[in-house]
Design a binder for this molecule. Sequence first.
Ligand code: GRF
Length: 221
Amino acid sequence: MSSLPRVRSVVLVSGRGSNLRAIWEAHRAGRCAASPVAVLSDRPGAAALRFARAWGLLTEVVSPERGEARERWSERLADAVAVHRPDWVVLAGFMRILGSSFVQRFPERIVNVHPSLLPAFPGLDAPRQALEAGVALAGCTVHLVDEGVDTGPILAQAAVPVLPEDDADRLHARIQRQEHLLLPAVLDALARGRLRPARPPRWREAVFVKETAALRAPLAE
Ligand code: GRF
């Protein structure tokens, strides 16, 4: 029998679900101690829901109704998430901004992955923003969610080069390969209590040297 505590995560998705797949595969392989127990979406057609059902996870769609205020929808979504008693709520490509009623319901328990080195390029189309700004390094950030857009405390980052022939899709694909390593690694560290967001940032960096070191190999293209 495993000696690990069972740590529950609820994953929120809107689209393809490649990060959901990475979390699931890492969990199945014993590399991510946080067990996905349910997948919720704001979009009934999200491809991620199909995989989740095929894997036997509980799924639910909570879409805003016509004219429904963001806060009211956020409360309904929070109720649907709370049913699963999550230790962590993971935004893995969840494309709708959550109201403060959701964020306050799970304080310092919501984790997001964003395809830029925050605080640069928050919001939509981050890889395109990076190309337009002419930066030489791009990357991804895993952070706690607060009431702003992509502004919460940073937990970990991975960098990739921007190459001369990149368009936004190519750059995003390179960033996503890092997301698929970094997000499960962060969830694992959180689930095992090795990463405690309340601690000062220098402590967090020290803990993450080990995980991010493992990310160096795929950076060479
Ligand atoms: C990822 O690039 C993530 O950083 C952003 O949305 C994208 C979702 O991709 N928030 P996927 O649905 O996990 O493939």
